[in-house]
Design a protein around this ligand. Sequence first.
Ligand code: UDP
Ligand code: MG
Length: 309
Amino acid sequence: MSLLSIVLPAYNEEKMIVKAAEVLTGLMEQKNIQAELIFINDGSKDDTWQAIQKASGMYSNVTGICLSRNFGKEAAILAGLEHAQGDCCVVMDCDLQHPPETVIEMYSLWQKGFEIVEGVKVSRGKESKIHGLFSKSFYSMINQATGFDMSRSSDFKLLDRKVVDEYLKLPERKLFFRALSFWLGYKSIEVEFEVQERTEGETKWSFVSLMKYAVNNITSFSTAPMQIITVIGFLFLIFAIALGIQSVFNYMSGESLEGFTTVILLLLGIGSLLMISMGIIGFYISKIYEEVKRRPRYIVSVTTNKDEK
Ligand code: UDP
Ligand code: MG
Protein backbone atom coordinates (compact mmCIF):
# COMPACT_ATOMS: atom_id res chain seq x y z
CA MET A 1 0.00 0.00 0.00
CA SER A 2 1.29 3.43 -0.82
CA LEU A 3 1.99 6.08 1.76
CA LEU A 4 0.74 9.64 1.59
CA SER A 5 2.76 12.30 3.41
CA ILE A 6 0.97 15.46 4.43
CA VAL A 7 3.28 18.39 5.11
CA LEU A 8 1.85 21.12 7.32
CA PRO A 9 3.93 24.24 8.03
CA ALA A 10 2.85 25.96 11.22
CA TYR A 11 3.67 29.36 12.60
CA ASN A 12 1.75 30.44 15.70
CA GLU A 13 -1.01 27.90 15.19
CA GLU A 14 -1.29 26.40 18.69
CA LYS A 15 -5.07 26.18 18.48
CA MET A 16 -5.10 24.49 15.08
CA ILE A 17 -2.59 21.65 15.40
CA VAL A 18 -4.55 19.07 17.36
CA LYS A 19 -7.69 19.91 15.43
CA ALA A 20 -5.93 19.48 12.09
CA ALA A 21 -4.35 16.21 13.22
CA GLU A 22 -7.72 14.94 14.39
CA VAL A 23 -9.61 15.90 11.22
CA LEU A 24 -6.97 14.60 8.83
CA THR A 25 -6.30 11.35 10.70
CA GLY A 26 -10.03 10.66 10.92
CA LEU A 27 -10.55 11.32 7.25
CA MET A 28 -7.62 9.17 6.15
CA GLU A 29 -8.78 6.26 8.31
CA GLN A 30 -12.26 6.57 6.94
CA LYS A 31 -11.01 6.51 3.33
CA ASN A 32 -8.50 3.80 4.12
CA ILE A 33 -5.48 5.82 3.05
CA GLN A 34 -2.20 5.22 4.80
CA ALA A 35 -0.91 8.67 5.68
CA GLU A 36 1.73 10.36 7.78
CA LEU A 37 1.32 13.93 8.99
CA ILE A 38 4.41 16.07 9.32
CA PHE A 39 3.98 19.30 11.25
CA ILE A 40 6.78 21.81 11.00
CA ASN A 41 6.98 24.34 13.76
CA ASP A 42 8.45 27.37 12.02
CA GLY A 43 9.82 29.09 15.11
CA SER A 44 6.42 29.90 16.58
CA LYS A 45 6.19 32.32 19.47
CA ASP A 46 3.22 30.53 21.05
CA ASP A 47 2.80 26.91 22.19
CA THR A 48 2.62 25.40 18.71
CA TRP A 49 5.48 23.02 19.43
CA GLN A 50 3.80 21.73 22.61
CA ALA A 51 0.63 21.20 20.59
CA ILE A 52 2.56 19.26 17.94
CA GLN A 53 4.15 17.09 20.62
CA LYS A 54 0.72 16.47 22.09
CA ALA A 55 -0.68 15.52 18.68
CA SER A 56 2.21 13.16 18.01
CA GLY A 57 1.55 11.51 21.37
CA MET A 58 -2.10 11.10 20.46
CA TYR A 59 -1.66 9.84 16.92
CA SER A 60 1.12 7.47 15.92
CA ASN A 61 1.26 8.79 12.35
CA VAL A 62 2.02 12.36 13.41
CA THR A 63 5.61 13.61 13.40
CA GLY A 64 6.85 17.04 14.32
CA ILE A 65 9.89 18.98 13.25
CA CYS A 66 10.90 22.05 15.19
CA LEU A 67 12.97 24.64 13.36
CA SER A 68 15.42 26.65 15.42
CA ARG A 69 13.71 29.93 14.50
CA ASN A 70 11.20 31.38 12.03
CA PHE A 71 12.61 30.59 8.59
CA GLY A 72 9.41 31.35 6.67
CA LYS A 73 6.84 29.13 5.06
CA GLU A 74 9.01 28.17 2.06
CA ALA A 75 11.73 26.81 4.33
CA ALA A 76 9.18 25.04 6.49
CA ILE A 77 7.70 23.34 3.42
CA LEU A 78 11.17 22.29 2.36
CA ALA A 79 11.94 20.84 5.80
CA GLY A 80 8.69 18.87 5.66
CA LEU A 81 9.36 17.54 2.17
CA GLU A 82 12.88 16.52 3.12
CA HIS A 83 11.54 14.49 6.01
CA ALA A 84 8.58 12.99 4.15
CA GLN A 85 8.73 9.27 3.42
CA GLY A 86 5.60 8.99 1.29
CA ASP A 87 5.13 7.90 -2.31
CA CYS A 88 3.39 11.21 -2.75
CA CYS A 89 3.28 14.37 -0.64
CA VAL A 90 0.59 16.93 -0.06
CA VAL A 91 1.53 20.38 1.20
CA MET A 92 -1.29 22.21 2.92
CA ASP A 93 -1.84 24.96 5.48
CA CYS A 94 -2.45 23.67 8.96
CA ASP A 95 -5.09 26.33 9.65
CA LEU A 96 -7.56 24.14 7.68
CA GLN A 97 -8.16 26.89 5.14
CA HIS A 98 -7.29 24.23 2.59
CA PRO A 99 -10.20 21.77 2.82
CA PRO A 100 -9.12 18.27 3.92
CA GLU A 101 -11.63 16.63 1.56
CA THR A 102 -9.67 18.05 -1.38
CA VAL A 103 -6.69 15.95 -0.23
CA ILE A 104 -8.76 12.84 -0.96
CA GLU A 105 -9.58 14.15 -4.42
CA MET A 106 -5.90 14.90 -5.05
CA TYR A 107 -4.91 11.46 -3.87
CA SER A 108 -7.30 9.70 -6.20
CA LEU A 109 -6.02 11.77 -9.14
CA TRP A 110 -2.50 10.74 -8.18
CA GLN A 111 -3.61 7.11 -8.24
CA LYS A 112 -4.82 7.73 -11.78
CA GLY A 113 -1.29 8.69 -12.77
CA PHE A 114 -1.00 12.46 -12.34
CA GLU A 115 2.34 13.53 -10.92
CA ILE A 116 1.37 17.00 -9.74
CA VAL A 117 -2.08 17.95 -8.56
CA GLU A 118 -2.42 21.71 -8.24
CA GLY A 119 -4.94 23.13 -5.82
CA VAL A 120 -6.46 26.22 -7.44
CA LYS A 121 -8.60 28.72 -5.57
CA VAL A 122 -12.10 29.29 -6.87
CA SER A 123 -12.69 32.07 -4.41
CA ARG A 124 -9.98 33.90 -2.53
CA GLY A 125 -11.92 33.81 0.72
CA LYS A 126 -12.32 36.99 2.69
CA GLU A 127 -9.59 39.34 1.63
CA SER A 128 -9.15 43.05 1.88
CA LYS A 129 -9.49 45.10 -1.33
CA ILE A 130 -5.92 46.29 -1.12
CA HIS A 131 -4.65 42.73 -0.68
CA GLY A 132 -6.67 41.66 -3.71
CA LEU A 133 -5.28 44.52 -5.78
CA PHE A 134 -1.69 43.76 -4.83
CA SER A 135 -1.95 40.05 -5.39
CA LYS A 136 -3.49 40.74 -8.79
CA SER A 137 -0.66 43.01 -9.88
CA PHE A 138 1.93 40.68 -8.38
CA TYR A 139 0.61 37.72 -10.36
CA SER A 140 0.28 39.67 -13.57
CA MET A 141 3.96 40.64 -13.24
CA ILE A 142 4.93 37.04 -12.52
CA ASN A 143 2.84 35.99 -15.49
CA GLN A 144 4.57 38.47 -17.79
CA ALA A 145 7.98 37.49 -16.56
CA THR A 146 7.67 33.72 -16.48
CA GLY A 147 4.84 32.87 -18.83
CA PHE A 148 3.04 30.86 -16.14
CA ASP A 149 -0.41 31.94 -15.08
CA MET A 150 -0.35 31.54 -11.33
CA SER A 151 -3.11 33.89 -10.34
CA ARG A 152 -5.28 31.09 -9.00
CA SER A 153 -2.47 28.89 -7.77
CA SER A 154 -1.71 28.18 -4.16
CA ASP A 155 0.74 26.27 -2.01
CA PHE A 156 -1.85 23.52 -1.74
CA LYS A 157 -0.46 20.76 -3.95
CA LEU A 158 0.14 17.07 -4.25
CA LEU A 159 3.53 16.01 -5.61
CA ASP A 160 4.60 12.55 -6.66
CA ARG A 161 7.78 11.16 -5.07
CA LYS A 162 9.67 11.78 -8.34
CA VAL A 163 8.67 15.45 -8.31
CA VAL A 164 9.58 15.85 -4.64
CA ASP A 165 13.02 14.37 -5.30
CA GLU A 166 13.59 16.78 -8.18
CA TYR A 167 12.35 19.70 -6.10
CA LEU A 168 14.75 18.80 -3.32
CA LYS A 169 17.65 18.76 -5.80
CA LEU A 170 17.15 22.45 -6.63
CA PRO A 171 20.13 24.22 -5.13
CA GLU A 172 18.86 27.76 -4.62
CA ARG A 173 18.61 29.16 -1.14
CA LYS A 174 15.41 31.07 -1.76
CA LEU A 175 12.68 28.87 -3.11
CA PHE A 176 9.24 29.69 -4.42
CA PHE A 177 7.25 26.52 -4.03
CA ARG A 178 4.18 27.76 -5.85
CA ALA A 179 6.11 28.54 -9.03
CA LEU A 180 8.79 25.90 -8.99
CA SER A 181 6.35 23.09 -9.42
CA PHE A 182 5.27 24.81 -12.65
CA TRP A 183 8.87 25.12 -13.68
CA LEU A 184 9.54 21.44 -13.01
CA GLY A 185 6.95 20.33 -15.53
CA TYR A 186 5.51 16.79 -15.21
CA LYS A 187 2.02 15.56 -15.84
CA SER A 188 -0.23 17.80 -13.84
CA ILE A 189 -3.87 18.54 -13.28
CA GLU A 190 -5.80 21.20 -11.39
CA VAL A 191 -8.30 20.68 -8.63
CA GLU A 192 -10.50 23.54 -7.53
CA PHE A 193 -11.08 24.33 -3.90
CA GLU A 194 -12.75 27.04 -1.88
CA VAL A 195 -10.53 28.86 0.58
CA GLN A 196 -12.12 28.26 3.98
CA GLU A 197 -12.48 30.91 6.62
CA ARG A 198 -9.85 30.86 9.33
CA THR A 199 -11.45 29.62 12.55
CA GLU A 200 -8.62 30.32 14.98
CA GLY A 201 -5.54 32.51 15.03
CA GLU A 202 -4.82 35.10 12.41
CA THR A 203 -3.11 35.47 9.08
CA LYS A 204 0.67 35.88 9.21
CA TRP A 205 0.74 38.24 6.26
CA SER A 206 1.20 41.89 6.94
CA PHE A 207 1.39 44.46 4.16
CA VAL A 208 5.15 44.67 4.52
CA SER A 209 5.65 40.92 4.49
CA LEU A 210 3.50 40.63 1.37
CA MET A 211 5.57 43.27 -0.39
CA LYS A 212 8.77 41.47 0.58
CA TYR A 213 7.32 38.21 -0.65
CA ALA A 214 6.37 39.76 -3.98
CA VAL A 215 9.70 41.47 -4.61
CA ASN A 216 11.64 38.43 -3.51
CA ASN A 217 9.76 36.04 -5.75
CA ILE A 218 9.73 38.26 -8.79
CA THR A 219 13.46 38.80 -8.58
CA SER A 220 14.25 35.16 -7.89
CA PHE A 221 12.20 34.07 -10.84
CA SER A 222 13.09 36.56 -13.51
CA THR A 223 15.48 39.25 -14.59
CA ALA A 224 12.66 41.19 -16.26
CA PRO A 225 12.96 44.22 -13.89
CA MET A 226 16.58 44.69 -15.00
CA GLN A 227 15.57 44.40 -18.64
CA ILE A 228 12.77 46.90 -18.14
CA ILE A 229 15.12 49.50 -16.70
CA THR A 230 17.47 48.99 -19.62
CA VAL A 231 14.62 49.62 -22.05
CA ILE A 232 13.55 52.73 -20.13
CA GLY A 233 17.17 53.86 -20.18
CA PHE A 234 17.22 53.60 -23.97
CA LEU A 235 13.97 55.50 -24.30
CA PHE A 236 15.48 58.25 -22.18
CA LEU A 237 18.54 58.26 -24.41
CA ILE A 238 16.42 58.83 -27.51
CA PHE A 239 14.60 61.61 -25.69
CA ALA A 240 17.91 63.12 -24.57
CA ILE A 241 19.29 63.09 -28.11
CA ALA A 242 16.18 64.87 -29.39
CA LEU A 243 16.43 67.44 -26.63
CA GLY A 244 20.13 67.87 -27.25
CA ILE A 245 19.54 68.61 -30.89
CA GLN A 246 16.82 71.08 -29.94
CA SER A 247 19.11 72.88 -27.43
CA VAL A 248 21.91 73.18 -29.95
CA PHE A 249 19.39 74.50 -32.41
CA ASN A 250 18.12 77.02 -29.83
CA TYR A 251 21.67 78.06 -28.97
CA MET A 252 22.47 78.75 -32.57
CA SER A 253 19.32 80.78 -33.01
CA GLY A 254 20.14 82.73 -29.83
CA GLU A 255 17.22 81.62 -27.61
CA SER A 256 19.21 79.49 -25.23
CA LEU A 257 18.04 80.63 -21.77
CA GLU A 258 14.52 79.26 -22.00
CA GLY A 259 13.47 75.83 -20.84
CA PHE A 260 14.45 76.02 -17.15
CA THR A 261 11.42 73.90 -16.16
CA THR A 262 12.40 71.26 -18.66
CA VAL A 263 15.85 71.04 -17.14
CA ILE A 264 14.55 70.67 -13.59
CA LEU A 265 11.98 68.05 -14.61
CA LEU A 266 14.56 66.09 -16.53
CA LEU A 267 16.99 66.26 -13.65
CA LEU A 268 14.42 64.95 -11.21
CA GLY A 269 13.13 62.33 -13.62
CA ILE A 270 16.50 60.96 -14.57
CA GLY A 271 17.72 61.17 -10.98
CA SER A 272 14.89 59.08 -9.62
CA LEU A 273 15.13 56.63 -12.49
CA LEU A 274 18.81 56.14 -11.74
CA MET A 275 18.12 55.57 -8.09
CA ILE A 276 15.44 53.02 -8.81
CA SER A 277 17.70 51.28 -11.28
CA MET A 278 20.53 51.09 -8.82
CA GLY A 279 18.12 49.78 -6.21
CA ILE A 280 16.99 46.99 -8.51
CA ILE A 281 20.53 46.06 -9.45
CA GLY A 282 21.51 46.16 -5.80
CA PHE A 283 18.68 43.81 -5.04
CA TYR A 284 19.95 41.26 -7.52
CA ILE A 285 23.45 41.56 -6.17
CA SER A 286 22.20 40.96 -2.65
CA LYS A 287 20.43 37.87 -3.95
CA ILE A 288 23.64 36.60 -5.50
CA TYR A 289 25.40 37.28 -2.22
CA GLU A 290 22.78 35.33 -0.31
CA GLU A 291 23.04 32.41 -2.71
CA VAL A 292 26.81 32.21 -2.71
CA LYS A 293 26.96 32.15 1.08
CA ARG A 294 25.35 28.72 0.80
CA ARG A 295 23.89 28.78 4.24
CA PRO A 296 21.44 26.00 5.15
CA ARG A 297 17.87 26.89 4.26
CA TYR A 298 16.61 25.91 7.67
CA ILE A 299 17.93 24.45 10.90
CA VAL A 300 16.12 21.72 12.79
CA SER A 301 16.41 21.98 16.55
CA VAL A 302 14.39 18.89 17.58
CA THR A 303 11.99 16.38 16.09
CA THR A 304 9.37 14.23 17.77
CA ASN A 305 10.71 11.20 15.98
CA LYS A 306 12.62 8.99 18.41
CA ASP A 307 14.56 7.21 15.65
CA GLU A 308 16.19 10.40 14.45
CA LYS A 309 18.74 12.05 16.71
N1 UDP B 1 3.39 29.84 8.00
C1 UDP B 1 4.67 29.37 8.28
N2 UDP B 1 5.69 30.26 8.49
C2 UDP B 1 5.50 31.62 8.40
C3 UDP B 1 4.21 32.08 8.08
C4 UDP B 1 3.19 31.18 7.87
O1 UDP B 1 4.88 28.16 8.36
O2 UDP B 1 6.46 32.36 8.60
C5 UDP B 1 2.27 28.88 7.77
C6 UDP B 1 1.02 29.13 8.61
O3 UDP B 1 1.12 28.52 9.88
C7 UDP B 1 -0.06 28.50 7.76
C8 UDP B 1 0.43 28.75 6.35
O4 UDP B 1 1.83 29.01 6.45
O5 UDP B 1 -0.19 27.10 7.97
C9 UDP B 1 -0.29 29.89 5.69
O6 UDP B 1 -0.21 31.06 6.48
P1 UDP B 1 -1.45 32.01 6.73
O7 UDP B 1 -2.64 31.20 7.08
O8 UDP B 1 -1.02 33.06 7.69
O9 UDP B 1 -1.63 32.65 5.29
P2 UDP B 1 -3.02 32.93 4.54
O10 UDP B 1 -3.82 31.65 4.61
O11 UDP B 1 -3.66 34.03 5.29
O12 UDP B 1 -2.60 33.27 3.15
MG1 MG C 1 -4.27 30.59 6.19
